[in-house]
Design a protein around this ligand. Sequence first.
Ligand code: PEP
Ligand code: MG
Length: 750
Amino acid sequence: MIYRLQRIVQEVDHAADIDAALIVLAEGLIRDLDIGVCSIYLVREDDPQVLVLKASSGLNPAVVGKVELRFGQGIVGTVAERSEAMNILNAPEHEKFELVPESGETEFPIFLGVPIITHGDVLGVIAVQRAVNAFTEDEEAYLTTLAAQLAASIERVESQSQLVKETATHVLRGVAGAPGMSIGEAVVLNRGVDLVSVPDRICSNIDADLAAFREAVGMVCDELTEQAEKMRISLSEEEAALFVAYAQMLSGGSLIEDTEKRILAGNWAQSSWSDTVEEHAYVFEQMEDRYLAERANDIRDLGLRVLRKLIAGQIQVPEFPKNGILVGDEVSAIDLADVPLDRLVGIVSAHGSSSSHVAILAHALGIPAVMGVPGLPLKQLDGIKLIVDGFGGLAFANPDRRILDEYEKYIDEEAAIDQDLLELKNLPAATVDKHPVRLLVNTGLMTDYTPSLHSGAEGVGLYRTEIPFQMRDRFPTEEEQYEIYRGVLTAFEGMPVVLRTLDVGGDKPLTYFPINEANPFLGWRGIRVTLDHPEIFITQVRAMIRANVGINNLDILLPMISGRDDFEASLDLITRAHREIEEELGTKIPLPRIGAMIEVPSAIYQIEDICALAEFVSIGTNDLTQYLLAVDRNNENVADLYSSLHPAMLKAMCQIVQGVSRSRTPLSVCGELAGDPLGIMALLGMGIDTLSMSVGSLLRAKKVIVSFSMSELGDLLDQAIRLPSAGAVLEFYAGKLEERGLGGLIRAGG
Ligand code: PEP
Ligand code: MG
C-alpha cells in the first residue's frame, strides 16, 4: 500500500505541469484501485468557492474543464463544504446528487469523495466511482492519506505550472517578512547544491557553455577513475566496479548527448545538465524493480558532482543588477553577505517567516522581505520583474501596468510618510504626559554606523556578535574581534553599547562549527554553547573588555539565559577574563555591566534570582514568543500562530516587569516587538521605556510615542490583556492607532 502511495506522490511531483500531474493522479488511481471513474476537481483561482473538474479518467473527456460546482452543490461540492470524506453506496439517490449531463457517471453509482486540504484551505476534491462493491474503510483511509500527502505537491505544481509569463501578473503569496515595498529584478540564489533549483537561463555563449560542460564532465570522470583505483585496495572488485560504471555513464551516452542538445538549443549548461539528470533519474525511479529504482539516487549523485564542478568554474557570473531582489528556497542571513547591499532592494524566500534572522537583518537594512512563499517557481523567476510587498507578504512577478502604477503610488506614499516623520528626528522621544522613552538601535552588521548615529538613537541596545562570526570561515581571533568591537564602541562613544555574546545554534549556524540536532531551538544554543566552550567565550569577552579600555561604554548581554546557574557560570568566566586583562595591563579597569536576555520562559519564573546578579535585563521577544507559544519562529506552516502580541505574551511580560521592579533592575526590550508600532503601545502600557530596534523603525516608533500618554496606554493595556486572542489584541491596538489618524504607520498604501 505504502509503495503504491509513494509512487503516485512521486509521479505527481515530477509532472511537467498541473494538468499532467492530475492526469497522472487519475490514471494512477484507476490503476491501483478497482474503480471505473476518477475525477479531480480543483478550486478556481479567482473564486475559491467554486470547484472545476480538472481531470478525469472514466468520464466523458468532453466535460473536463467545463463542469463547475459551488461549495455545497452536488455531492462533490458537499465534500468540499464539509471538508470531510463522503462514502456513498448509491450516489444518484443521495439528496445532494446532481447529474453532470453527458458525463456517463450514472453507470458508476458507488461513490467515494475526499477533500484535498492544505493549511486548512480546501484545494479540491478527489472523487472515485465504481459500478459494484461498496468502498471499504481501508480504501477510504487510503484515499484520505493520499489526498493529505498530495495537497502540498498539488499546490506547488499548480503554482509552478502557472508559467510566469511576460503578459500576465503572477501573484506569489507568503507572509510579511520585513516591512516596505520595492520594485526590481529577481536574482535567484543559486547555491548549486540542489539539482532541482538550478534556475533556467538563456546561454549567452553556447560554445563556452559546451566547453565548460565537457570540462566539468571530464574532471568528474578522472576523479571517479582515480577513486575506483583507490577503492580496489579496500573494496571488493564488484564494489569498485561501481565507480567505473559511474565514469562510463559520463563517457558518452544519453546523459551527455541530451545535455549537449539542450545547450545547443540555447539553455545554459547548469540547467541543461540538471534537467537531463532529473529526467533520467525519474525514468529509473519509476521502475518496479527496487534495485533499478534505487539507481535514480546514483544518477542524482553523479549529477551533483558535475554540477558542483560547473559552478566552481562558472563561466557566467552575472552582475548583481541595480535594484536586485534576492529570491531563493531558503534565503539565509549569510546570503546577504554575498550580494552588494547597495543594489539589493528586496528578498523573497520560499521558507522562513518574519522572525527568521534573514528577515530581521532585512528589517535592519530597510529591505522589504516576503517569506514562506509555498511553491515559489524558482526556475522561472531569474531576471523577471518583481514587486515585493513586505507589509502584505505578497510579491508580484511580471506585474502588469495597473499593479505597477498602484505600487509606485504606494511607494511614493510611504516615502512621503517617512519624509513627514523626519521632522521628529531632533525632537525628544517622550509621551504626551512627558515620560521620556530611551530609543536604542539593534545592529551587528559591519556596515557603517552613520545611519544609526544620525537617527537620534541614544546608543546600541543589541549588537548581535554572531553576525561577524557567521561571515567568516573560522572563529575570528581575539584581535579581529577587538577591532570590530572597538569600532562600534568608538562610534558610539558617550552612549551605551550592549554587545551580546555569541548566540549561535538554532537557526544561526556557523559553517565551521556545525551543530546537527533534531531539535536545534531546544538544543545547544547561545550561552549553552559558549559555557561548554570557555575558550571561545573567554576569547570573545577578552576582546570586548579590551575594546572598552578608555571608552567605558560597554555592557555585556548574555543570550538564552534560562536561570540563575548559567548566569552565574558566565559571570565567573567574565570576571576571570577581566582579572586577566587587569594583570596584563597592570592597571585597574572597570568591569562592564553584565545583563541577561529574558527569552526563555523559565527565566520569567526566576527573574528575581537573575536580577540578584544581573545589572540589567532585556526581553528578547522573538525567542520568548517562540518558546512561550511553542511556535517555531522560522516555520511558515505556523507563521499565523506566531504573534508577540498574544495575550499570553502580554501577561508574561507584565510578570517580568513586576519581577524586576523589586530590585529596580533596568529593563529594556530588544526583540522585534520593540520596533512595532502596536508593540510599542503595549510595552509603554507596561511601563517599559527602553526600546531597542532596527534603525529603520525609529521614527515610526517616535511618532507612536509622542502621540499617546503613558497613562492612556496603561489603560489600553488593561483592556488588551483581557482579550482572548492575538488577533483580537492586534485589532484592538490597530483600531486605537487608526483613531489617532496613524493607521499609515502599520499599513501599506492601501
Ligand atoms: C530575541 O530573541 O528577541 C532577540 C532579540 O534575539 P535574536 O532575534 O537574535 O534571537
Ligand atoms: Mg533571541
